[in-house]
Design a protein around this ligand. Structure first.
Ligand code: ATP
Ligand code: MN
Length: 451
């Protein structure tokens, strides 16, 4: 069995003979032998291989190796005299598995722009930056699951195909069988890809107590921004017997937990981002872990924005939704910290958010972070049947279609709350990547879905 380079570098030395599978990053010849830098994706660092001129395939093959070639190297680990590495591999054999023509292989040694790399999404994970993103994303997903499992949340797989479109009207992708007739749809009624697993998570919260879903979400938004994808992943916890306060607490703890985890587990990758992608990234993340989040009501936020000596593209007044420019002003300019904005006007929020005693606002909360804006959107849900029905009527939502949702308020209703955390926005925040297309392996945006 081959050994992962990360393991080898952690153990430093003394492990004797090992086999390593990987891809050549560089080759350098010095007289009677060659240095090969091998990467296997397990970590940012390469393993240095020394291939001696006495190897049987040295002239024929080893001296022809170039970036991108795949190899199996067996040899002995030894202390490295070179600076910056503890061990190197003295090769006993170098088997070339696959060649990569240096005339055409697009990943040459120079630094490529992230934009160019997007045009070769099938090769970009072989670069330092995108490899690091891939590892951090994986670790964040693991940490999210750990966080909820440690707190006895039950994971629920909510459907990807849905026939309810509460929020999604206009933003939905339709799902139909090939050749299906309009009057005999495959699922009995019009279906689409989910825009959120929340309503189904609510069903399970009112049976399992506290649940979370973590799955793909689809929105046909025609906004070509650096923070929107047509296909993204969302983490949506839902808790019974929980109000807005406990909802905010959970979201805060979740963010701190997963960021603390990557600070410890992905040091090397974060250091790369800190150097090349966002200066001060590690300090920023540590600050979020250590500091208290700012709490602000929507009304106070509006006042703050009205008093700002900044010319916003969209003017602010009580009752309008905050735009990204407003969110970023609050979190980046005013507070320089994550900000939780609560108590939005009922008129700009969906029917399921709980109406507060003032009759004007709902128990909603958004978390805004520097560089991104909204990363979390959540609320306490309306648990009172009569209020919910009134809100549905006002919003023009078909009560018949949501009878199952109303049943939850008819039978054993409880105060409950939850939120959605956009996973890619989290990965963006953790890596400092300014464009969301860099943090998902195969981004889907208007006009773009290769591979
Ligand atoms: P925004 O105002 O930024 O478009 P939203 O208010 O439409 O977001 P919600 O419906 O509240 O988003 O979804 C919950 C979370 O999902 C958001 O806080 C965000 O982190 C993430 N999210 C929403 N839309 C997208 C998208 N198109 N691509 C990536 N993440 C998204
Ligand atoms: Mn939102």
């Amino acid at each position: 069995m081959a050994k992962r380079i990360q393991k080898i570098l952690q153990e430093k030395q003394g492990t004797g003979r090992v086999t390593v599978n990987g891809w050549v990053r560089t080759r350098r010849d010095t007289g009677s032998f060659s240095f090969l830098e091998i990467n296997d994706g397990s970590c940012l660092a390469n393993l240095q291989v020394i291939a001696d001129g006495s190897l049987a395939n040295y002239d024929e093959e080893i001296t022809r190796l170039s970036a991108g070639c795949s190899v199996i190297v067996t040899g002995d680990l030894q202390e490295s005299p070179a600076k910056g590495q503890d061990v190197e591999l003295q090769a006993a054999s170098v088997e070339v598995v696959g060649w990569a023509d240096p005339e055409t292989y697009p990943l040459q040694k120079k630094r490529h722009s992230l934009e160019f790399l997007r045009s070769i999404s099938h090769l970009r994970p072989r670069t330092n930056a995108l490899g690091a993103v891939t590892r951090v994303r994986s670790r964040l997903a693991f940490a999210v699951n750990c966080f909820f499992q440690e707190r006895d949340f039950v994971q629920v797989h909510t459907p990807i195909i849905t026939t309810s479109d509460c929020e999604g009207a206009g933003e939905m992708f339709q799902v139909a069988a090939t050749g299906e007739k309009k009057d005999t749809p495959f699922f009995g009624s019009a279906a689409g890809l989910t825009v959120s697993g929340q309503l189904q998570a609510e069903v399970y919260a009112q049976a399992m107590g506290q649940v979370y879903t973590f799955g793909p979400t689809f929105r046909a938004e025609n906004s070509n921004t650096s923070r929107h994808l047509a296909e993204f992943w969302m983490i949506e916890p839902e808790m019974a017997f929980c109000d807005l306060e406990c909802n905010m607490e959970l979201a805060t703890e979740l963010l701190k937990y997963v960021l603390q985890d990557v600070l410890l587990s992905c040091k090397e990758d974060l250091a790369l981002f800190d150097t090349f992608i966002e200066k001060g990234l590690v300090q920023k993340l540590q600050g979020v872990v250590d500091k208290k989040f700012v709490h602000l009501t929507y009304s106070d936020a509006v006042e703050e924005l009205q008093n700002a000596d900044t010319n916003f593209e969209y003017p602010v007044e009580w009752g309008v939704d905050l735009q990204s420019e407003h969110e970023r002003y609050l979190t980046e300019q005013v507070y320089k910290s994550p900000v939780i904005v609560t108590d939005y006007p009922a008129s700009i929020k969906p029917f399921y958010m709980r109406v507060s005693d003032d009759g004007k606002t709902v128990a909603a909360m958004d978390i805004l972070v520097p560089g991104i804006g909204e990363i979390v959107g959540g609320s306490q849900r309306e648990e009172r049947l009569d209020v919910l029905e009134r809100r549905m009527e006002d919003a023009g939502v078909d009560k018949q279609e949501y009878d199952w949702y109303l049943d939850l308020r008819r039978y054993g209703t409880v105060p409950h709350a939850g939120f959605g955390l956009g996973f890619e926005r989290l990965v963006q925040f953790a890596t400092g990547m300014s464009n969301i297309r860099e943090v998902i392996p195969f981004p889907r945006t208007p006009g773009f879905a290769p591979c």
